[in-house]
Design a protein around this ligand. Structure first.
Ligand SMILES: Cc1cc2nc3c(=O)[nH]c(=O)nc-3n(C[C@H](O)[C@H](O)[C@H](O)COP(=O)(O)O)c2cc1C
Length: 456
C-alpha cells in the first residue's frame, strides 16, 4: 500500500480560468531575466539559501512506487535540481534498523540517498504519532548515528531520572553515538561510469565509503497529504487535515527534534474536502507550520477526498498564495508537460512546482524547462536519447536491486511501469507500450530496446 491510488484520472488540465492564454515561453524568459517578483535569478533566493543546489523553480515530487534513487538520478541528469523521497512510514523507519527493510510504502533502502549524484534530497516522513515522527526524522537525518534502541527510546518516551531526581523522558543527547557505526552503503549504478558521465571525480573517490553526514538528506518533508485510508482509526498523511490539533503537534515535534540547520517543510492537500470547516483547518495548519519556522509548504491543489481523481484547482491554490504573498509556497497538481510547469508559476504565484506524474517516463521535462529558461524552444527526445535513458534507468535500478535473489528479472519486471510511460515518446507508442507490458525478464527487456529503439 502506498500513496498511489488506482483511480487516478488520465492527464487533463487543472481548473484555472484564463491560464490557457499564458505563454509558457514568455513566463520562462521573464523568470530567467530576474524580473519576476524581484528575484535575482530564475528562483526565489530564499530557496537555494535553505537548500544549496536547489537552483531552478521545479523539482521531482515524491511518488510512491516510482521515485526511488534510480528515477531521481535520471531526473537529476536531465536538470532536476531537487527531489523528494516517497512517503516513508515513521514506524517502519524506526523498526527497520540498518537494512531499512520493506515498508508498506515502498522499499526504504531505495530512498536512502543514492550516492553523490542524489543530492540535495528531502526525506519525506508520514505517521500518526508526533514522537515517532520526530524520532524517525532524526534517524533519517543522522543516518543512524545513534543505535536503533536510542531512536526507539526517543520515540516511545522511556523515562529516566534527571540530576534533580525528577522523572523525564530521554532526549537524543542522552545517548552516546553507537561505536564504530558503519552505514550500509546504498549507491546506485556503476560509479566509475557515472564519474565519467558526470565528470565528477568525487563520485569515483566515494567508492567503498560509507555515506557521510554531508550525503544525508538535506530536508525533512512532513507528509500531510497522502489520501490512503486511516489505519486502526489513527490519522496519518492527508487525514490530519481533518484533525488540525494532531497535525500541529506532529509539525511541532518534528521541528523541535530535527537540528535547526536542517530545513523542515510540509506537503499538504489544499483541504480535506470543500466544506468551510475543512478549509479553515487547512489554514490553521498552514499558518502554524510557517509560524514554527517551516521553510515552505507544497500544496497539492486537490482535496484528500479527491485522491487523484479529477482536476486540481489552481484557482484555489492562487488564493492560498495571494493570502500570504511573503511566504515561500510550492504547488502541485496537473503538471503534465513543461508548459504546465511555467503556467502554474505564472497563474498561481507559487515559488516552485512539484513535477509528479508528468515526469514518470519523462525526465526530459526537466531538460526542456532548463532549455526554456535559456530562451530555447524545448526539444523532444530522439529515439537514441530515449534508448540511452532507458538503459541508464535500468542500470541504476539494477544497482539498487542488486541484493535481490534475481536482480535482473526483478528489475526488468519492475521497469515495465516506467517503460509504458517512456513509450509515450516513441512514434510507434502503442506497439512499444504493448511490448513493455509483455516483458517477463531481462531477455524481453533487451529485445524491446534492440528492436524498437533503433533510429530509422
Ligand atoms: C503513484 C503516486 C504516488 C504518490 N506518492 C506520493 C508520496 O509518496 N509522497 C507525496 O508527497 N506525494 C505523493 N504523490 C502525490 C504527488 O507527489 C503529486 O502531489 C500528485 O500526483 C499531484 O500532481 P500531478 O497531478 O501533477 O501528478 C503520489 C502520487 C501518485 C500518483
Amino acid at each position: 500500500m502506498g500513496c498511489e491510488s488506482n483511480n487516478a484520472t488520465p492527464p487533463g488540465p487543472a481548473i484555472a480560468p484564463g491560464a490557457e492564454s499564458l505563454d509558457a515561453m514568455r513566463v520562462a524568459e521573464d523568470l530567467a531575466s530576474g524580473r519576476h517578483r524581484g528575484w535575482s535569478g530564475c528562483i526565489d533566493p530564499r530557496i537555494p539559501a535553505a537548500v544549496p543546489g536547489f537552483d531552478a523553480p521545479f523539482f521531482q515530487a515524491g511518488l510512491a512506487g516510482y521515485s526511488d534513487a534510480a528515477m531521481r538520478i535520471v531526473a537529476r541528469r536531465h536538470g532536476c535540481p531537487y527531489c523528494v523521497t516517497e512517503a516513508l512510514l515513521d514506524r517502519t523507519l524506526l523498526a527497520g534498523g540498518r537494512g531499512f527493510t520493506k515498508a508498506d510504502l515502498g522499499e526504504l533502502h531505495d530512498n536512502v540517498p543514492g550516492g553523490i549524484e542524489d543530492h540535495p534530497l528531502a526525506v519525506q516522513i508520514m505517521g500518526s504519532d508526533p514522537r515517532e515522527m520526530a524520532a524517525s526524522a532524526l534517524k533519517a537525518i543522522e543516518q543512524g548515528k545513534r543505535t536503533d534502541k536510542a531512536y526507539r527510546a526517543l520515540a516511545y518516551g522511556h523515562l529516566t531520572h534527571d540530576p534533580s531526581g525528577a522523572l523525564v523522558k530521554h532526549r537524543p543527547e542522552d545517548f552516546e553515538p553507537a561505536p564504530e557505526y558503519e552505514y550500509e552503503e546504498v549507491s546506485c549504478g556503476d560509479e566509475e561510469e557515472e564519474a565519467t558521465e558526470s565528470g565528477s571525480h568525487e563520485v569515483a573517490e566515494s567508492q567503498g565509503r560509507s555515506v557521510a553526514a554531508s550525503l544525508s538528506f538535506s530536508t525533512v518533508d512532513v507528509n500531510l497529504a497522502c489520501p490512503v485510508k486511516k489505519i486502526k482509526a489513527k490519522a496519518r498523511g492527508g487525514h490530519w487535515l481533518a484533525e488540525p490539533d494532531g497535525a500541529i503537534a506532529i509539525l511541532e515535534a518534528v521541528r523541535n527534534d530535527v537540528p535547526a540547520h536542517i530545513p523542515c517543510t510540509v506537503k499538504l492537500r489544499r483541504s480535506y474536502d470543500d466544506t468551510p470547516e475543512m478549509v479553515a483547518n487547512f489554514y490553521r495548519i498552514y499558518d502554524a507550520a510557517y509560524a514554527m519556522g517551516y521553510a515552505w509548504a507544497t500544496v497539492h491543489a486537490r482535496t484528500v477526498e479527491q485522491k487523484y481523481v479529477g482536476p486540481s484547482r489552481w484557482d484555489l491554490l492562487r488564493e492560498i498564495v495571494r493570502r500570504t504573498p511573503e511566504r515561500v509556497v510550492f504547488g502541485s497538481g496537473d503538471i503534465w508537460n513543461v508548459h504546465d510547469l511555467f503556467r502554474m508559476i505564472a497563474y498561481t504565484g507559487v515559488n516552485a512546482v512539484a513535477v509528479a506524474r508528468g515526469c514518470i517516463g519523462n525526465p526530459w521535462i526537466f531538460r526542456q524547462a532548463r532549455m526554456m529558461l535559456a530562451g530555447n524552444e524545448p526539444a523532444r527526445p530522439t529515439i537514441a536519447e530515449q534508448r540511452d535513458v532507458l538503459e541508464q534507468h535500468y542500470r541504476l535500478a539494477l544497482a539498487a536491486n542488486r541484493r535481490m535473489r534475481y536482480p535482473d528479472d526483478f528489475t526488468s519486471k519492475n521497469m515495465r511501469k516506467f517503460g509504458i510511460r517512456f513509450a509515450e515518446h516513441h512514434p510507434r507508442s502503442e506497439e512499444v507500450r504493448l511490448r513493455f507490458i509483455a516483458v517477463k525478464g531481462i531477455e524481453d527487456w533487451r529485445a524491446v530496446l534492440d528492436e524498437m529503439y533503433v533510429e530509422a
